[in-house]
Design a protein around this ligand. Structure first.
Ligand SMILES: Cc1ncc(C[n+]2csc(CCOP(=O)(O)OP(=O)(O)O)c2C)c(N)n1
Length: 570
């Protein structure tokens, strides 16, 4: 009788990830994840299914790249890092992973504890004893949906199957598996990968019919209905029915405070063309955990009917919430929006329809006016020096075609970037749903790996750009032929430490002292940094050269080189 073939547990993990559709394993080196590195190399050599290993020079852009990959591909992505230090280096990207809701499998090596010489992979260096304060999983409590410490007696394929199932089932999010070194280096009989294929992901939930009918009744009767969203466009199929719902119901839409995705075409007639949200009589918050600040002037008024339509309509993941909700409809957003559209259609009378159409016409007229105002305002600053962020936003809007992917991390210039964006295609605009600055460079890299044929453009404030360890991402972009264009708005300051300081301490000591802590003058030369990382880099301070520089950056990208255009702005 022939003996069953064996493989290392690390190889079982890698094979199971591949079986689960993970195409890329973002990787930052460590002595306890060698088994994964070895397994990928071995399986690549043998032409066996394996994620490709993407070396990134820092864990923060590595995790952000995994997020960018999952965000654009819609498939799970994985990241392997070294023990506690690797996870801690991933840092704020863990926050983004939690808030952006992508299916991510985090793998962290865990130091050996087996006594020296007792088994393969056992303790052989003093450092191992220092690399796991208590249980590594404690570090990430609050940031992952689920975690597991792989043990010798576990079936590694079943553990990966469970990890992928939990990460991918709605609401999707990160999971963590810690991998003790002796465990991943242990030999096991090979097992089939059926557990991964058959684990299954939860099917989308349909909205409760009665609750949906009540909401449709309210929407049809409403005089000033509002749809507030942010991340419904995570499912690209929602864009069309959401736009149609707004048109049919004559409902105003806003996502301007937190547009994580393109939720409706960015020049839609009902998008940000309506009265203040405060005046709404019926509000539907769609896939948006925190749609306004309760009690503030930007919130709906007390008398408004408020409905929540989301995978998690109570936002259980937000510790303190406290928003009113007359209806909380748990559903897959695509199922919910589509059902609401049909329910509104079914009960609109001719008079209801006419009232809705009148609002739609008002929206369309306001949109034309706004577009004209935006052009006039851009024209008015077209020769100003230093360059106005508005001019950059305008130039970007004009430069990008509908196939392009725009990633926005431009903080105080965000409203301008969104206003001038002309994208209408689902998946043409991305931002993050959290607050962890530094997402952009890694996310752009991951996006480009997932969509190699599309232009990928990041627009970022210089502060957040610096947080993202851009050189580490640019290096990988260069090596992997995954080029993206970064447009950095260089003003040498954090709006938090300057504008916010002014708001909190008008004419305060900070202002008098010239904003120490808020200003970094002179700012780093981000173009030179890009060149040092092997990318194209150019600095622009003349408005007449702006368009040409952006065009050149785009061409560099198309020719295969990552590019950075650092624009010195007012
Ligand atoms: C990792 C991280 N550190 C600090 C902050 C706090 N913060 C919020 S906005 C901001 C300023 C961002 O500056 P910049 O990117 O230059 O954009 P600007 O404010 O100048 O528009 C900072 C520091 C954060 N959100 N994330």
């Amino acid at each position: 009788m022939s003996q069953a073939a064996s493989w290392e547990v690390g190889e079982a993990v890698v094979a199971a990830l591949a079986a689960g559709g993970v195409e890329r394993l973002f990787f930052v080196s460590g002595s306890d994840i060698l088994a994964l590195q070895e397994a990928v190399a071995k399986r690549t050599a043998a032409a066996l299914p394996t994620p490709s290993l993407i070396t990134v020079l820092h864990e923060a852009p590595a995790l952000n790249a995994a997020l960018g990959d999952a965000m654009v591909s819609g498939k799970p992505a994985a990241l392997a890092v070294h023990v506690d230090v690797g996870l801690l280096n991933a840092g704020a990207a863990l926050h983004t992973a939690r808030r952006n809701g992508h299916p991510i499998v985090l793998l962290a090596g865990s130091p050996a504890t087996a006594p020296y010489g007792s088994m393969r992979g056992a303790l052989d260096h003093p450092i191992f004893s220092l690399q796991e304060p208590r249980d590594l999983r404690d570090v990430l409590r609050g940031y992952v949906k689920w975690s597991w410490r792989l043990a010798l007696q576990d079936d590694p394929v079943a553990v990966v199957a469970r990890a992928l199932q939990i990460a991918s089932s709605a609401p999707a999010g990160p999971v963590l598996v810690t991998l003790p070194r002796e465990v991943v280096m242990a030999s096991r009989a090979q097992v089939p990968l059926d557990a991964v294929r058959r684990a299954g992901i939860a099917t989308p939930t349909r909205p409760d019919a009665e609750a949906l009918d009540r909401l449709a009744d309210a929407l049809v009767r409403a005089e000033r209905p509002y749809l507030v969203t942010g991340a419904s466009g995570r499912d690209p199929r929602t864009v069309e029915p959401l736009a149609e719902l707004a048109e049919l119901a004559g409902a105003w839409i806003t996502d301007s405070e937190w547009r994580e995705r393109l939720n409706v075409p960015s020049r839609h007639a009902m998008l940000d063309t309506g009265p203040p949200l405060r005046d709404a009589d019926v509000v539907v918050a769609i896939e948006r955990a925190v749609p306004w600040v309760a009690g503030s002037p930007a919130a709906p008024n007390e008398a408004a009917t408020i409905a929540w339509l989301a995978q998690d309509p109570i936002a259980a993941d937000v510790a303190a919430h406290g928003f009113a909700g007359d209806l909380r409809i748990a559903c897959d957003p695509y199922a919910g929006i589509s059902a609401l559209l049909e329910a509104v259609r079914a009960r609109q009378s001719a008079t209801d329809r006419a009232r809705a159409t009148a609002r739609l016409e008002r929206g369309a007229a306001r949109r034309r006016e706004l577009d004209q105002e935006l052009e006039t305002a851009a024209e008015a600053v077209s020769t100003r020096r230093p360059i106005e962020p508005r001019l950059v936003a305008h130039a970007l809007g004009a430069l990008l075609d509908d196939e392009a992917i725009l990633l926005d991390e431009s903080v105080s210039s965000g409203p301008l970037v969104r206003a001038y964006h002309r994208g209408s295609r689902p998946g043409s605009f991305y931002a993050q749903s959290g607050s962890a600055g530094g997402w952009g460079s890694g996310a752009a890299l991951g996006a480009k790996l997932a969509a190699p044929d599309r232009d990928v453009v990041l627009v970022s404030g210089d502060g957040f750009y610096g947080f993202g360890v851009p050189a580490a991402a640019l290096w990988t972009a260069q090596r992997q032929r995954a080029p993206y264009l970064s447009v950095v708005l260089v003003n040498g300051r954090y709006s938090t430490g300057t504008r916010s300081a002014d708001a909190a301490y008008p004419q305060g000591w900070t202002a008098k002292a010239g904003y120490p802590g808020g200003v970094f003058e002179p700012p780093p030369d981000f173009a030179a940094e890009a060149r040092a990382a092997g990318a194209f880099g150019v600095r622009v301070d003349d408005p007449a050269e702006l368009r040409g520089a952006l065009q050149l950056g785009l061409e560099q990208q198309r020719a295969g080189s990552p590019a950075v255009v650092a624009v010195v702005v007012a």
